[in-house]
Design a protein around this ligand. Structure first.
Ligand SMILES: NC(=O)C1=CN([C@@H]2O[C@H](COP(=O)(O)OP(=O)(O)OC[C@H]3O[C@@H](n4cnc5c(N)ncnc54)[C@H](O)[C@@H]3O)[C@@H](O)[C@H]2O)C=CC1
Ligand SMILES: O=C(CO)COP(=O)(O)O
Length: 339
């Protein structure tokens, strides 16, 4: 197969490496918006800026220049959008205008900040429905740190789409002995799980950075998953999805794994860094920082309570310090666990 990946950050590059690995054996075009970055990746056969120490297999070809032209030259079987959420709308607009007929999948995990003239921020599949309704598309998500995938360490992903053709194309493109790709028709659940776990991972970083203890972290993850599930179900997802790879799986990984950028934001805030300083020090996107407010707005609009996510929003806005957030959460009235 020929796979075209838009965006050459850590994750786009790792997925290019995975698909071109001899175990998968596909031909990949990795498109970078910055020509100088594309040249550097090609010259070194390594993305030193975003994924150092991993060599690109021979099957990866690096491209740049106008995206429309690169896409039409490539004639890809699958197109993958590996940009952050903030660039999804503009990228899907280009793909929609180019009348791409191949299946399209995005890798980003977030909720959009409200676009101009829009009351609420959208999930990725809602953005696609707005700007590129003709695309056959879906999400590729699940617990997966880029570095481990690029090193062919065992990983499971989930391909989510309402179109069986898209789910099957993603499995054909990426399934290998190192990378199992499950299919799930519940795109709402998969997207909510992938986006909201980033917000919970910021909270988990804070929890660990403040040395609140293992009990506290287990409580945070469990009640965090309850919040994620409540919001997802209210948005139309199936509750079972949140016990899967994009729910519990990605929450566990991101909230406890030190490769997570979202968790790192929480750890750095606990050290007393400002949000700007924490974000600057990452050198990569931490989607939870940008999604948290939209997540809470969508929850409020549906009458869904999300006390942990709400505390994260207040913390990120500088309206609450971590200790006050803890008091706010622990001071809530007793509740029925399953309510
Ligand atoms: N890094 C990881 O382990 C994983 C990341 N993700 C998700 O994938 C998305 C991308 O993450 P990373 O690659 O890690 O981010 P990153 O911060 O490493 O790289 C972002 C890349 O996107 C590029 N970019 C930004 N705007 C663009 C545009 N308009 N067109 C083309 N390229 C553009 C940047 O130049 C940069 O190369 C995020 O939503 C993240 O949550 C999902 C699973 C794993
Ligand atoms: O989504 C991820 C792992 O599945 C990556 O998480 P971070 O963006 O927090 O590094």
């Amino acid at each position: 197969m020929h796979i075209f990946i838009v965006g050459s950050g850590a994750w786009g590059t790792a997925m290019a490496v995975a698909a071109a690995h001899p175990a998968c054996g596909h031909h990949v075009t990795l498109w970078a918006r910055d020509a100088a970055q594309a040249q550097a990746i090609e010259a070194q056969r390594c993305n030193v800026r975003y994924l150092p120490e991993v060599q690109l297999p021979a099957g990866v070809q690096v491209a740049s220049g106008p995206l429309e032209a690169a896409l039409s030259t490539a004639g890809a079987d699958v197109v993958v959008v590996g940009t952050p959420m903030a660039a999804l709308r503009s990228t899907l607009t280009i793909l929609g205008d180019a009348d791409i007929t191949a299946p399209v999948a995005w890798l980003c995990k977030g909720f959009e900040a409200p676009a101009p003239g829009q009351a609420v921020g959208l999930m990725a599949h809602e953005v696609a429905a707005q700007v590129a309704p003709g695309l056959r598309c879906g999400a590729l998500s699940g617990p997966s740190f880029a570095l481990e995938v690029a090193r062919a360490q065992p990983t499971c992903l989930v391909a989510a789409s309402v179109h069986a053709q898209v789910r099957e194309a993603l499995q054909a493109a990426f399934h290998s002995p190192a990378l199992r790709v499950y299919a799930n028709a519940d795109i709402v659940g998969v997207e909510v799980g992938g986006a909201v776990k980033n917000v919970m991972a910021i909270a988990a970083g804070l929890c660990d950075g403040l040395h609140l203890g293992l009990n506290a972290r287990a409580a945070l993850l469990t009640r965090g998953l309850a919040e994620i599930t409540r919001l997802g179900v209210a948005l139309g997802a199936r509750a079972e999805t949140f016990m899967g790879l994009s729910g519990m799986g990605d929450l566990l990984l991101t909230a406890t794994g030190d490769l997570s950028r979202n968790r790192k934001v929480g750890l750095l805030l606990a050290e007393g860094l400002t949000l700007d300083a924490a974000v600057q020090s990452l050198g990569h996107v931490a989607e939870g920082v940008y999604s948290a407010r939209t997540v809470v707005q969508r929850a409020q609009a549906l009458g869904v309570e999300m006390p942990i996510a709400t505390a994260v929003v207040q913390l990120l806005a500088g309206e609450l310090d971590p200790r006050a957030a803890l008091e706010q959460l622990m001071g809530r009235d007793p509740k029925d666990e399953t309510a």
